[in-house]
Each structure stands twice: as C-alpha cells, then as structure tokens.
Design a protein around this ligand. Structure first.
Ligand code: ATP
Length: 329
C-alpha cells in the first residue's frame, strides 16, 4: 500500500531523513516507532503529501506522490498529532465542512459524516462545540475527519499523545477496529502501543531505519539472551562452574539466603539458548548443586529498542542521543 524508496529530507542543513526505505502492505496495521526527533512526523507528512521530500520516491497504492498527488491524497486519511480542529464549530458541522473540502459528493456527505462519526465513536457529541470536548473526544473527532472520505489508508501521527490511560485504551481499541477495514500506518514512541495495536513495526532513529519486522522478529534480534537459574549451593561452586561453561558471556550472582542463589546468565549465542540452559543445569547437577528453577528470559521490547538505537552510528544525527527508557511527550 505504501512504498517508500530512499527518501531523504533536508530542512536547510538539518537532515531529518536519510535514505529511508520501507513498505507497508495492504491491510496491515504498521507502527512507525522511534524516539522524539527521529523523523517520524517528517516521513508521515511527506507520504500524506503535506511537504515535499528532498529526494527519493513514495508511492501509495501504486500512485507516485510527486506525479499524481491528488490520486494519493484521495486514498489517505491523515490525522496529525494535534488535529487542526476549528474549536468554535460543532462536531457535525466541522465534519460536514471537512467532507465538502475532501470533495465527498454532496449527496453522500450526510451519510459519510454519520458513518465516520459512528466509526470514531463521536455520535453522542455530534451537536457539541469542539472547544467544549475533552482531549480524548477531540482526538476521536480527528479520527472521524481522517475517515470521512472513506480512504483505504489511515496515517495517524501519535494518535494517543496526551490522552489519559482510559482514553488511550479506547483510542487503541478503535484503531484495532479500524484496522479490519483500512490499512493503518501510525507513528508512536510508546512501545506498548506497538505491542497492543500493530502487526509489524518499522523502527527509525536519527533519520534512519534501524529495524523492521514483527515484534517477534524484533525480539529475536536481541544481541544477547539471558537466563536465570535458581540454585541451592552449599559448596559455593555454582558461579564458577557456570562462568567457565562454553557460551556464557557474563554472570550475575544474587544471594537469596540459606545457600540459595539466583544466577543471571548472559550469552551471545542466540541460536540455541535451550541447549545452553540444559547444559548448565546438567553441569550444576553433576557437581552436586541443587537446581530449583531455570528460565530463559524473553527479551523485553524496551531492551531490544534500546539496543537497536544505541547500536546505531555515533555520528550526530538530528535528534542526538535518545533515551528509550524515558519516552517524552
Ligand atoms: P516527535 O516524536 O518528537 O514528534 P519525530 O520523530 O516525529 O519526533 P520529526 O518531527 O520528523 O521527528 O523531526 C525530525 C527532525 O527534524 C527533528 O530534529 C526536528 O527538529 C526537525 N524538524 C522537523 N520539522 C522541521 C522544520 N519544519 N524545519 C526544520 N527542522 C525541522
């Protein structure tokens, strides 16, 4: 549905996108993930036809954004981070105005507006002045706006930014629902958003794509595997035995009292973590260490992203160093 090839954007010396290429398939809900300043909004605005690229090519449903901009815009419902609503208008009035602007034929405007209001869950506030709405409802009006011309592709820039936890849950549910009928491409810096909504993630950092794939693919990219062993070690030999085993990179030992220890083992051998764990258990048991538990720790998505973004080039990018553990905004 979306094909981006070697896209670059230079804001007069500040390079926001460098040779970015990716695809979003029809029917997918894809997340565009990256820290603040990574270039997400810039890419989305280019795809939606609001700003031009410095170089590269974007096609939407086979139409080139440079040579067929109207064909592309007809296929896209774009929700910017702060939806530019007219606060003095009533919801229904605003959506009718937007439907007319988007060239929805006059005879279909009433049904298009009521369908969009129903899809976005704003029917009950149809007569309310936008300025009187809560932020969550305003966000939904932004969604209704993106939906009013029934575009096959929805592009949503940080759709839950600034909402409270209940509103976030509601908007995420809505997006999942919309994903049944539309291709959705949304940006976020909140990893749980990707986990709860998206089929696939495209990770951007400092203007470059650093990874893409399903969440499982991304977790598998983790540079190391970690496992935890709970042992009863009267002879005090377990840590040395584990440390000297092939495949073990580092080990952390936590004393739990009464000869019980928690051994946290890190290995860079990602191909056979189960085999490594079995061999460690065998070595310990053969040496009279009691093993009470052994767990292979699943890579947390936060760790994966922080490894991906830290592993990137040290060359100073537009956003500088990013801290994934404390997403701002
Ligand atoms: P956020 O999550 O904070 O919205 P983002 O990933 O969407 O970040 P962009 O808004 O695309 O990132 O910004 C990428 C870089 O380009 C940033 O360094 C930003 O300051 C810069 N930038 C964005 N818009 C402009 C502009 N109009 N003129 C100059 N620089 C800009």
């Amino acid at each position: 549905m979306i094909r981006v090839e070697q896209l670059s954007k230079d804001y007069g010396g500040l390079i926001a996108l460098r040779d970015v290429s990716f695809e979003v398939g029809r029917g997918e809900i894809a997340g565009f993930v990256g820290p603040n300043g990574a270039g997400k909004t810039t890419a989305l605005r280019i795809i939606a036809g609001f700003i031009g690229a410095t170089s590269g090519k974007v096609t939407v449903d086979g139409h080139d954004i440079a040579s067929e901009p109207l064909e592309v815009r007809r296929r896209i419902g774009y929700m910017p981070e702060a939806a530019p609503l007219y606060p003095e208008m009533r919801v229904m009035e605003y959506l009718s105005f937007r439907a007319a602007l988007k060239r929805v034929p006059r005879r279909r405007q009433v049904s298009a507006v009521s369908r969009a209001m129903q899809q976005a869950g704003v029917e009950d506030v149809a007569p309310v002045v936008i300025a009187h709405l809560s932020k969550g409802y305003r966000q939904r009006v932004g969604l209704a706006d993106a939906l009013v011309a029934s575009p096959p592709l929805l592009i949503l820039d940080e759709p839950t930014a600034g909402l409270d936890p209940n509103q976030i849950r509601e908007v995420r549910r809505l997006i999942r629902e919309l994903g049944k009928e539309h291709t959705v491409f949304l940006s976020t810096h909140i990893l749980s958003e990707v986990e709860s909504i998206c089929d696939r993630a495209i990770v951007i950092d400092r203007g470059r794509i650093v990874a893409e794939g399903t969440l499982r693919d991304l977790q598998a990219r983790r540079g190391a595997v970690e496992m935890e062993l709970l042992v009863v070690d009267r002879g005090g030999r377990s840590a040395k035995l584990v440390e000297n085993s092939p495949g073990v990179e580092t080990i952390e030992v936590e004393a739990l009292g009464e000869n019980r220890l928690r051994l946290r083992v890190r290995s860079t051998d990602k191909t056979s973590p189960d085999a490594l764990m079995e061999s460690l258990v065998r070595i310990l048991v053969e040496n009279q260490v009691g093993v009470r538990g052994a767990t292979c720790l699943k890579a947390r998505l936060e760790d994966v992203f922080s490894e991906l973004t830290r592993a990137e080039t040290t060359e100073a990018g537009p956003g500088g160093a990013q801290d994934w553990s404390k997403p701002a905004g």
